[in-house]
Design a protein around this ligand. Structure first.
Ligand code: HEC
Length: 229
């Protein structure tokens, strides 16, 4: 009986902490951290940058000419090459950029009155950092992740949109877009991009309708990043 009683006390002590409500505490102010996602396809260019440009990257503040406190909020590159505490990917709570937006002291909060950001705009900045502070490019149809594009990413696009006429077996205009060296050749000559952009001198490709915006951006990103296999 006594053993059972002891067991009951011991297990109560072990289990008790698990029953308490659990909050993720902020290191600094011990308030619960809000990790709500406010947007499904959040992308920097469309959802974060315009807010920063309009409210922060203004003359006398954080445009390139003024660069107050060494902070320039004009582009992804200028933000990520700023002070190291400015944006810590995955950790908005430790990122100055978010901290100044939610500063308790009204006279330290950014942007200074009469400007102000809505709660939604602040949450978007938080979510962007929380999800890694990536430089996602947006296409018409939503998110288009153009980081680390290799031929493995490009090949299925060509297969879907071009191989019916430009495979090794069926090479219209003697153009093959199946093997890596052939595709690289068409990229470096500029002919492939000219054709899919449908603007300049090249014959518009694919003939029937334009590639989706994201696919065009992926092909260009692949080129800028060095046409990696
Ligand atoms: C329905 C068949 C068809 C499809 C699909 C197609 N092409 Fe073509 N392509 C052709 C034909 C035919 C030509 C030759 C047209 C000409 O020169 O007048 C050509 C020519 C080209 C050229 C040379 C154009 C120039 O002005 O130098 C490029 C580059 C090209 N295609 C790329 C592509 C790419 C990239 C895709 C897929 C995104 C694609 N094509 C899809 C039929 C096709």
């Amino acid at each position: 009986m006594r053993v059972l009683f002891l067991l009951a006390i011991v297990s109560a002590l072990i289990l008790a902490p698990a029953c308490r409500p659990f909050f993720v505490a902020d290191d600094d102010d011990h308030e619960p951290r809000d990790t709500t996602r406010v947007l499904d396809d959040l992308c920097f260019e469309v959802h974060v940058l315009p807010t920063l440009r309009a409210n922060c990257a203004t003359s006398g503040c954080h445009d390139a000419a003024s660069a107050r406190d060494g902070v320039v909020l004009e582009s992804y590159a200028s933000i990520m090459s700023g002070p190291k505490d400015l944006v810590r990917p995955y950790d908005p709570w430790d990122s100055e950029l978010w901290e100044v937006l939610v500063e308790d002291e009204a006279n330290e909060r950014m942007p200074p009155a009469p400007r102000s950001l809505s709660q939604f705009q602040i949450d978007v900045v938080r979510q962007w950092i929380q999800e890694g502070a990536r430089n996602d490019v947006c296409s018409d149809s939503g998110l288009c992740d153009t980081t680390n594009v290799t031929f493995a990413r490009i090949r299925p696009i060509l297969e879907q949109y071009c191989w019916s006429c430009h495979s090794n077996a069926a090479a219209a205009a003697n153009i093959r877009l199946q093997d890596y060296p052939d595709v690289v050749e068409m990229m470096t000559s500029g002919r492939l991009i000219r054709s899919i952009e449908r603007t300049g001198s090249g014959t518009p490709m694919p003939p029937a309708a334009s590639l989706p915006g994201c696919e065009i951006m992926l092909l260009k990103a692949w080129q800028v990043q060095g046409l990696l296999p």
